[in-house]
Design a protein around this ligand. Structure first.
Ligand code: 5AD
Length: 347
């Protein structure tokens, strides 16, 4: 098959929204394969064959927010809540670096129990003892807190915009405004954090236009990391009856994002591997270059239930399997911290 329109779009830079929509709407197997191959070439050009492993610690599942899609929402009274102590967090960070990983992601619900100074202490201790890159993924906090944590040594901050559709954003987030979320991301960037954003694919009411806008918004915000992850229902949320995201749309979104965004880190998410067996491998083959192995200790791990059936595994066994998989698909574990590709280009 020779689809000249497809070819011309794939080899163009600065795709328009219509062109992005065209790619996201492909249905012919052969054309989708062409899209994936091209995304994989772009990934190779900008990221090489290194897959960066970021060890994640989900240190608290308390959350002040009430996002309709999320199992950690504060109205969910069924969830057994936990908080890891500072020492537990630090020793888990030690396990991550001991396993050879160079980035520690500290993730939690929006939990103000962890004050400005407690989070700073944790960042400083982890940096002093093990010197990894540190990514925070702890929700919206105060500007003064962001400032302090940057000074304490945190390198990156993940705060997804979740959906670029203002109306949907407010519907799913207690009438909060997308603009306010974007202001947080811009501030984080301004003070020197490498920033991560992204969306959830498959939210009810979301259209393919919204997904094209999600990709374009990541471009406009000039984010360093962009995560496009499939919606999976949580049994204890108002969206419990909504079916999970379509796998093909999820993979096409990752591929198109790679083609549009070029020099960004894109993870093959846990949600993707929960949606389909071998999901991480599929993600890596269509544009992703990052994996975030979960080091949250048992029994806490089982209660970080953002959505149902979230994959749980022993991190060290998982790393062994992962390395075998990477060799099989011609990739390798990144040996460096895997900082922003934009910073590297500017050096
Ligand atoms: N399905 C998929 N991803 C979800 N998240 C929250 N709830 C869900 C869900 N039901 C994602 C959000 C958040 C990240 C930590 O988890 O995008 O930013």
């Amino acid at each position: 098959m020779n689809n000249t329109k497809l070819k011309s779009i794939l080899y163009k830079s600065n795709l328009t929204k219509d062109e992005i929509l065209y790619l996201l709407s492909l249905t012919e197997e052969e054309e989708i394969a062409q899209l994936y191959n091209h995304a994989d070439e772009i990934r190779k050009k900008y990221c090489g064959d290194d897959v960066h492993l970021r060890g994640i610690i989900e240190f608290s599942n308390y959350c002040d927010q009430d996002c309709l899609y999320c199992g950690l929402r504060r109205s969910n009274k069924k969830l057994e809540r936990y908080r890891m102590t500072k020492d537990e967090i630090i020793s888990t960070a030690g396990m991550i670096t001991q396993a050879g990983l160079k980035t520690v992601i500290l993730q939690s619900g929006e939990d103000h129990f962890y004050s400005k100074s407690l989070v700073s202490d944790i960042i400083q201790s982890i940096k002093e003892k093990f010197d990894p890159a540190i990514t925070l993924s702890i929700g919206e906090r105060g500007r003064d807190e962001y400032d302090e944590w940057k000074k304490a040594g945190a390198d990156r901050y993940l705060l997804k915009h979740e959906t670029a559709n203002e109306h949907l954003y407010s519907t799913y987030h207690q009438q909060e405004k997308l603009k306010s979320r974007l202001a947080h991301i811009k501030y984080l960037k301004k003070i020197g954090f490498q920033t991560g954003s992204g969306n959830i694919i498959g939210l009810p009411g979301q259209t393919i236009e919204d997904i094209a806008d999600d990709i374009l918004l990541c471009k406009e915000m000039d984010c360093d990391m962009c995560s496009f992850s499939p919606f999976i229902p949580s049994n204890d949320s108002p969206l419990r009856k909504i079916p999970p995201a379509n796998i093909d749309l999820t993979l096409k979104t990752i591929a198109v994002a790679r083609i549009v965004l070029n020099d960004v880190h894109i993870p093959a998410t846990t949600a993707l591997s929960t949606l389909i067996d071998g999901g991480k491998e599929l993600g890596l083959k269509v544009g992703a270059n990052v994996i975030m192995p979960n080091f949250t200790p048992l029994p806490y791990r089982e209660n970080y239930q953002i959505y149902k059936n979230k994959k749980t595994y022993d991190p060290l066994e998982y790393l062994d399997e992962l390395k075998v998989m990477l060799v099989r698909i011609g990739r390798k574990v990144g040996k460096e911290k895997g900082h922003s590709l934009k910073l590297m280009l500017n050096q």
